[in-house]
Ligand binder design. Structure first.
Ligand code: G
Ligand code: G
Ligand code: MN
Ligand code: NA
Length: 261
């Protein structure tokens, strides 16, 4: 349909833009960074969410140049936040960028990432690449090699939507990940206070396993203060969700981070 024909040239026409959603430290409520979320401002259909076009971009191969563009823009943005904030006065704001499975198998990933970090002067440890759990299920060593290289450089790798796939928990040891992003469905089950005792046990178990493997836990989809409090008590490290802020323009993150400093 119409999106399929318009997509290949949308990048050249400058129709993509990025919104940023803050990542908040559950212990003290400070803004620690943001996740970059791409949108397409389509001339006829208006703003389209990634669910509408990422699968198409993956199918057509556009995801490689689009993903590289998102990475470069986001890392530049992280650099700008740092400069506006007067160096690291507020602590460096970290940037999370989603990688699609096609980008993992693309041979340019490591070099593109290194070049972008060098061009922008952003430290590797200010960048976190999010890969879904399902993309790494059954991953062989060839698929993990580029992620391992990036992790050795200091780039954080997060396992996105964790808990929705079938990952064998023992398999975690083999993956070069340093962050688990707990899927929204866990947060949603904490809607009531007190939450379902079985869900509490599951999250408690995941957090304890994660911490014993030296992984940080980020929770997604936090919509209420009660959820945030429950997840903090359970030992989760970082949170993201509408309770703190919806995805928005980059200036907003700067305001949020400053207000809270
Ligand atoms: O906030 P939102 O509705 O925009 O995000 C929907 C989904 O799109 C999320 O699962 C997110 O991981 C994915 N997504 C957002 N931006 C990107 C991107 O730049 N690359 C890839 N591969 N996925 C993205
Ligand atoms: O990469 P990922 O699938 O995790 O992308 C995050 C997705 O979750 C985006 O679509 C984003 O808009 C959405 N999202 C972010 N915060 C919330 C929230 O608090 N509640 C709900 N329902 N969705 C959220
Ligand atoms: Mn994500
Ligand atoms: Na996610």
């Amino acid at each position: 349909h119409g999106l399929t024909t318009a997509l290949p040239t949308a990048l050249d026409r400058g129709e993509f833009f990025i919104e940023y959603q803050p990542l908040v430290h559950l212990g003290d409520g400070s803004v620690r960074g943001a996740e970059a979320l791409v949108r397409w401002l389509h001339p006829q259909h208006g703003v389209l969410s990634p669910d509408r076009f990422i699968p198409l971009a993956e199918h057509t191969g556009l995801i490689v140049p689009l993903g590289r563009w998102v990475l470069e823009q986001s890392v530049r943005q992280a650099r700008e936040w740092r400069d506006v904030n007067g160096g690291d006065a507020l602590g460096p704001l970290r940037i999370n960028v989603n990688l699609s499975p096609c980008q993992l198998t693309h041979p340019g990933l490591v070099q593109d990432t290194v070049e972008i970090l060098e061009r922008t002067g952003v430290a590797p440890d200010a960048l976190c690449l999010e890969v879904t759990e399902s993309a790494l299920i059954g991953a062989d060593d060839d698929l993990l090699k580029p992620l391992r290289r990036l992790a050795e450089m200091g780039v954080d790798i997060a396992l996105d939507d964790f808990g929705t796939g079938y990952s064998n928990l023992a398999n975690l040891r083999r993956l070069p990940v340093s962050v688990l992003k707990l899927d929204r469905s866990f947060t949603q089950s904490m809607q009531q206070f007190p939450a379902d005792p079985v869900d509490l046990k599951i999250v408690e178990g995941i957090v304890s396993l994660a911490h014993s493997l030296d992984l940080a836990v980020t929770v997604e989809g936090v919509e209420t203060g009660a959820q945030a409090e429950q997840l903090r008590i359970l030992g989760c490290d970082t949170a993201q969700g509408w309770y703190y802020a919806r995805p928005g323009p980059p200036e907003r993150l700067h305001e949020l981070a400053l207000v809270d400093a």
